[in-house]
Design a protein around this ligand. Structure first.
Ligand SMILES: Nc1ncnc2c1ncn2[C@@H]1O[C@H](COP(=O)(O)OP(=O)(O)OP(=O)(O)O)[C@@H](O)[C@H]1O
Ligand SMILES: [Mg+2]
Length: 433
């Protein structure tokens, strides 16, 4: 049996997936009203892509998902203003994916989103209800049908000529079907559109790679009518994309998502307990105050906090299975062990100089290699190998921006924060002596 079920919960309250664009996501969301307002304002007021940035795991994807869902719910309730429909899938670029493959994926997911949203789609002028698209539905959702292609104009929408070859259809028929449907539903940008997110741009590692990919999609995919784009990334990558002359005028100013405060962290824990518990006496082996301690230790990286909570719960369950009793100290002992393990596996990288650099990095939380002077160097090239070594030790993560060296592209990762805690404890102990 799932450990959480055995403790009286529906499922794992510490799942680390972004909050989804649905009622569940909306009920688990804490804080972020300001960022949500900015995202919706960006979608409503401008055709340029909305951009969102923040440190790893801080809650970027969640705030986009939930703010679009909440805006759509508002619109459906009040019936006024543009309607934004969250695309059912969040997209990611990769150097292995061609522009054509990406386009196919986008068209497919938008088609599926429209099919799934049939009860909430806008009703175009001259229609008594929003047109459905059975042929596209059949093509997307039935393998047999896909092999055969389709050609009939249905529901007032003209599907282009189709080929019996799937690939031929994918390039012509699918695109035309989806475009026509989108144009019918959202004849002008003021009516809203399907909101698509391109997430985790930092996974492309360099600003150059991200820029090139976005540029290659600009005219074909990112310009689809009735689709609004949100680009999201960590480590200065959005700024890297924005600096391309070919993207000038296409991107809005980044909306920055910063750490939540510890009161919000408490509330996150509370809401999850309420949402996932199946009875009022259901209890987790982790206290709210312990959740907040992890939140402060990991500097607001919620993804890391939730993941640690899950690891701890597994640990407790293992202890229970082994007949070891759980005491007031169980959490502290476990955390001490985590911190010690993090230090012992990076100790060999932490010579005197590296340690100083690491501590300066922690003070900054995120930084650019161009801040070399703060690290006691007189040129950037001297700092780079040190950053690389700390990355190898798993304490920092970085992307590169060839064009703008001032960009904050390096940040401390969760293991780094544990090591920092270990070092701080050593210092405190030394002072006491
Ligand atoms: N405001 C919030 N309220 C409650 N839970 C949140 C909130 N923001 C994020 N979370 C939770 O924290 C975790 C991390 O959120 P999310 O994936 O959105 O962060 P991110 O910044 O997009 O991360 P990454 O850098 O990995 O892409 C998720 O499990 C999500 O459910
Ligand atoms: Mg994310």
């Amino acid at each position: 049996m799932n450990i959480y079920e055995s403790w009286g919960f529906k499922s794992n309250p510490f799942e680390t997936l972004p909050l989804p664009a649905n009622r569940k996501g909306s009920s688990l969301m804490v804080g972020r009203s300001q960022a949500a307002r900015k995202i919706v304002k960006g979608l409503v007021s401008s055709n340029k892509y909305v951009t969102v940035e923040g440190l790893n795991g801080v809650g970027k994807t969640s705030v986009i998902n939930v703010s679009v869902f909440d805006a759509a719910s508002e619109q459906i309730k009040n019936g006024s203003g543009p309607l934004f429909i969250p695309c059912r899938k969040v997209f990611q670029l990769s150097s292995q994916k061609s522009a054509d493959e990406f386009k196919f994926e986008v068209l497919t997911e938008i088609g599926q989103t429209l099919i799934e949203s049939k009860n909430t789609l806008p009703i175009p002028k001259g229609y008594s209800k929003s047109p459905t698209n059975p042929a596209l539905n059949r093509w997307l959702n039935s393998i047999d049908q896909r092999a055969a292609g389709f050609s009939s104009p249905i529901g007032g929408l003209n599907f282009g000529s189709s080929s019996t070859n799937t690939d031929g259809f994918s390039k012509s028929g699918l695109e035309k079907a989806v475009r026509d449907w989108l144009m019918l539903l959202f004849p002008s940008p003021n009516e809203g559109g399907v909101v698509c997110i391109i997430d985790n741009l930092e996974l492309l590692q360099t600003s150059k790679a991200a820029r090139e990919q976005i540029e290659s999609l600009r005219d074909e995919v990112l310009s689809l009518p009735g689709v609004r784009w949100v680009l999201c990334g960590a480590l200065g990558i959005i700024q890297g994309v924005a600096s391309s002359p070919r993207m000038a005028g296409y991107l809005q100013k980044p909306i920055k998502i910063s750490d939540l405060d510890s009161r919000s962290a408490s509330e996150i824990f509370e809401k999850r307990i309420q949402y996932f518990r199946t009875s009022n006496d259901a209890e987790l082996p982790l206290k709210q105050s312990e959740f907040v301690r992890l939140f402060s230790l990991l500097r607001g990286n919620l993804r890391a906090v939730l993941s640690e909570c899950d690891t701890y719960c597994m640990h407790v369950s293992d202890m229970q299975d082994d007949g070891i009793s759980i005491t007031e100290n169980t959490f502290d002992d476990w955390l001490d062990q985590q911190i010690e393990d993090a230090f012992s596996t990076s100790q060999e990288y932490l010579g005197k100089r590296a340690l100083q650099i690491f501590e300066t990095a922690c003070e900054k939380e995120s930084f650019s290699p161009s801040e070399f002077a703060d690290f006691g160097y007189d040129k950037m090239q001297a700092l780079r190998p040190q950053i690389l070594a700390l990355e190898t030790a798993g304490l920092l993560v970085s992307t590169q921006d060839e064009a703008d060296k001032r960009r904050r592209t390096v940040e401390v990762v969760p293991k780094g924060w544990k090591v920092k805690e270990y070092i701080d404890r050593l210092k405190r102990d030394a002072q006491k002596k």
